[in-house]
Design a binder for this molecule. Structure first.
Ligand SMILES: N=[N+]=NCCCCNC(=O)[C@@H]1[C@H]2[C@H](O)[C@@H](O)[C@H](O)[C@@H](CO)[C@@H]12
Length: 444
């Protein structure tokens, strides 16, 4: 069966600064928390780091040429805050600003719409030294940074994403500790989450005040949670899992309040952040679209000995190299749920993709697992659009293999294979297939 997409559907790919740029100590770039974190032995697989990565800082024209050949309509990338404002506040680094000017102009020359993420986890270390996201002042520094970026690029960039995955920024970085800055303090994580959301609201306010022609939103990683049975305990476990993964961020952004049930759950063992009068109004400032990063689902059951009384299961089925279950139905269910519970707002899949082990034979990479993963998820996206969801675009994670955070370069998500020894880019089978999907605007 052929799944057709709307004529103006934005097919694209996504990347992030720290994962692809390299040039970590070049042209005035300041240190980020990921530079610091990745250089501490033990934090990243094989003690790898983003010092060079895909050398995109020097190879961006070649990479934009690949985007052009792929026929993408949009390209989602992030700006490295410490590359443009090395100390996080104050002085601008013109060479850093020029890099993104050149990248944006190159994309527009090739007829590709830039979708810009302001924060994709690489906080300037100078701000971390003052408390980072646990310091409320950082929300003002973020608004200052956002204003500068709107001023520099707002004439050409028409889609802005304030934050990428506040859940990861907060919980992986401040509670679980596997991401920068590597804290293991749940109260700090809740405070960080609040300040990240508040900084989002302040950036939206600045964007509106500047009267820019464009749209602004936020990207949330959302994980639909399913109960292992219909028992009251398992249903409650799924509700708590949904609260932790999804509603802790969706409710403030769209309803201007934290979910009561989760305030009670978290309040039993952590400090709920102090909320000032205008905070929730700012956090729930009207946005133009929601970016959704979808990878997989959670299947859960009640277990009194597990965290929050929730045990995550590993059902039979196919798993990616990240050990994430392949579950396309979760994308459909998630999209319909967002529309039902949070409103009929424009949606973009700002990330979806899969890591599988790639084998190179005669410069060919037959990544049929990744191709089939994408095919199944595209089909579910088409069904959601058919059933009334305003899905406006889909960005595959990722354009190319890159630095996969604590997994280093051991996990490959790219449509394009990167040989890190030579920096050669090789089209995988999935990339050639994606080019055809875009050309036909349909999945067969
Ligand atoms: N509840 N819960 N669980 C949350 C589980 C975290 C899932 N990881 C992501 O969403 C990250 C996102 C990131 O933007 C990108 O920079 C990463 O490279 C990809 C691939 O890893 C994905």
């Amino acid at each position: 069966m052929v799944h057709k997409f709307p004529d103006d559907f934005v097919w694209g790919t996504a990347t992030a600064a720290y994962q692809i740029e390299g040039a970590a100590n070049e042209d005035g770039r300041g240190e980020s928390i990921w530079d610091r974190f990745s250089h501490i032995p033990g934090n990243v697989w094989n003690n790898q780091n983003g010092d060079v990565a895909c050398d995109h800082y020097h190879r961006y024209k070649e990479d934009v040429q690949i985007l052009k050949e792929m026929g993408v309509k949009g390209y989602r990338f992030s700006i490295s805050w410490p590359r443009v404002i090395p100390d996080g506040t104050g002085k601008i680094n013109q060479k850093g600003v020029d890099f993104y000017n050149n990248l944006i102009d190159e994309l527009l020359r090739q007829g590709i719409q830039p979708f810009v993420t302001l924060y994709h986890w690489d906080l300037p270390q100078a701000l971390q030294d003052r408390g980072g996201w646990t310091n409320r002042d950082t929300t003002d520094y973020f608004a200052e940074y956002a204003q500068q970026m709107f001023k520099q690029y707002g004439d050409r960039v028409k889609h802005w994403i304030t934050h990428n995955e506040p859940w990861c920024t907060s919980f992986l970085g401040h509670a679980i500790g596997v991401h920068a800055p590597g804290l293991k303090d749940f109260s700090a994580a809740l405070l960080a989450a609040h300040n990240v959301l508040l900084s989002h609201g302040k950036a939206v306010e600045v964007f509106r005040q500047m009267g820019l022609d464009g749209k602004i939103g936020i990207t949330l990683n959302l994980t639909p949670s399913y109960p292992a049975s219909n028992s009251a305990d398992d249903l409650q476990a799924a509700t708590i899992s949904d609260g932790f993964s999804n509603r802790w961020f969706l409710d403030p952004v769209f309803k201007g309040q934290y979910p009561d049930d989760m305030v009670k759950v978290f309040g039993t063992f952590a400090k709920i952040p102090e909320i000032q009068e205008s905070d929730m109004k700012l956090i729930s400032s009207n946005i133009d679209f929601l970016g959704i990063n979808y990878y997989s689902r959670s299947l859960v059951k009640h277990n009194p000995d597990a965290q929050f009384g929730v045990e995550t299961l590993k059902p039979e089925g196919q798993y990616t190299d990240m050990d994430w279950e392949v579950y396309p139905q979760g994308l459909y269910d998630l999209l319909l749920r967002i529309k039902k519970d949070y409103g009929d707002i424009d949606l973009y899949i700002t990330e979806n993709g899969a890591a599988f082990k790639d084998v190179v034979e005669n410069d060919q990479i037959d990544d049929i697992d990744r191709l089939n993963y994408l095919k199944k998820h595209f089909e579910k996206a088409a069904e959601a659009i058919r059933d009334g969801v305003k899905l406006k675009g889909y960005f595959v994670w990722s354009l190319m293999d890159n630095f996969e955070w604590a997994f280093g370069y051991s996990k490959r998500f790219g449509l394009i294979y990167v040989d890190y020894e030579t920096q050669r880019r090789l089209w995988k089978k999935s990339a050639r297939w994606y080019k055809d999907v875009i050309a036909n605007n349909s999945v067969d």
